[in-house]
Design a protein around this ligand. Structure first.
Ligand SMILES: CC(C)(COP(=O)(O)OP(=O)(O)OC[C@H]1O[C@@H](n2cnc3c(N)ncnc32)[C@H](O)[C@@H]1OP(=O)(O)O)[C@@H](O)C(=O)NCCC(=O)NCCS
Length: 137
């Protein structure tokens, strides 16, 4: 993709992210200096009250620095203690070993929910969950 197309693609992506705020979706850049985006983290409500879904990605050059793990911890705390959520979900392809390892390290557990598909995802996704301390498993 050339520079102009990349810039257009980026602007469209940001505009869509802003629009989706109206649905209660939080989409934040992961940065170390407050300016340069290195990755992103998203939190959006599901159809179930008290439940939100999390998604994340970090640029290839910035991986294995615990940046996503820290972002997950922050946004999970925000979901529980500011938004009063009870349960956070992650949907991860079984073959995505990095994301599965991160989910486990962050205290998520694999559920027995049926595999699901998602627009734009090649593989079926399994559901992982994290519950607010003090709520039933
Ligand atoms: C999955 C992803 C977000 C991980 O981000 P990251 O910033 O590299 O992860 P962290 O550095 O915070 O890792 C935290 C812990 O997760 C585990 N982990 C993360 N990546 C791992 C890998 N490639 N292999 C094994 N364990 C891994 C480790 O336990 C790690 O802790 P440690 O480094 O102290 O051992 C990143 O690989 C990515 O963006 N992948 C492409 C997009 C994607 O798959 N998103 C998720 C869709 S469900």
């Amino acid at each position: 993709m050339d520079r102009r197309r990349r810039a257009l693609h980026g602007r469209t992506y940001l505009a869509r992210a802003r629009e989706r705020r109206a649905d209660g979706r939080i989409q934040l850049a992961i940065t170390t200096d407050g300016h340069q985006p290195l990755g992103e983290i998203l939190l959006f409500p599901t159809q179930t009250p008290g439940e939100a879904e999390l998604a994340y990605a970090i640029g290839a050059r910035h991986r294995r620095q615990r940046l996503t793990a820290r972002a997950v911890q922050l946004i999970t705390d925000y979901a529980y203690y500011t938004l009063h959520m009870q349960r956070i979900l992650l949907r991860i392809a079984e073959a995505n070993t990095a994301s599965v390892a991160l989910a486990r390290a962050a205290g998520f557990h694999l559920t027995d929910a049926a595999p699901t598909t998602r627009e734009g995802a090649r593989d079926e996704l399994l559901t992982w969950q994290h519950r607010r301390v003090g709520t039933d498993q």
